[in-house]
Ligand binder design. Sequence first.
Ligand code: HEC
Length: 156
Amino acid sequence: MSSRLLPRFTARMYAVAALFSCVAGAARAQGGASTTGTATDSLTPASAGVFTLEQAMRGRDIYATNCVSCHTPADHTGGGFWAGLVGKPLSSFFKFVRENMPEDNPGAISDDDYASVVAYILQLNGLPPGSGALVPDASRLSKIRITQPDPTRKER
Ligand code: HEC
């Protein structure tokens, strides 16, 4: 990233941090209302197979066309990136990407294409595909919790 982009970069990262901490606060508040904490536990973990392999492959092509001018897949993989999202509802990540990316033309691709890109990013982070596609619907996405890959999962 060139230093020319730095002021905007910083401003946007604050916005992202604010968005994510707001969501985390809401999740905490919800958890606090329940003595058992099952409000959080009832969410589907992103490691449960929440997208299809075909969708992630399509997402990779969409990412290659719309995102690699500014990002590499390494930007959206692993510790520094994924760890910051773990525990958040997938809807907040989907919303961020859909409303802000590509940075030079937000909303440039269809909601289905955004869902495919998000599926690809899930796969990049080691989450397994399943039998149902990720649907670009805010209320359904809000029921999926971002997780690390299941360490007990057997590689196929
Ligand atoms: C024209 C350049 C550009 C394009 C194209 C672009 N981005 Fe970004 N993206 C940025 C910049 C710059 C940031 C850092 C935050 C900011 O200042 O907007 C960013 C931040 C992000 C973030 C937050 C985490 C991070 O990497 O900092 C995600 C996730 C993301 N982009 C995904 C995408 C996806 C998915 C696409 C393709 C659909 C895309 N971006 C296309 C410039 C771009």
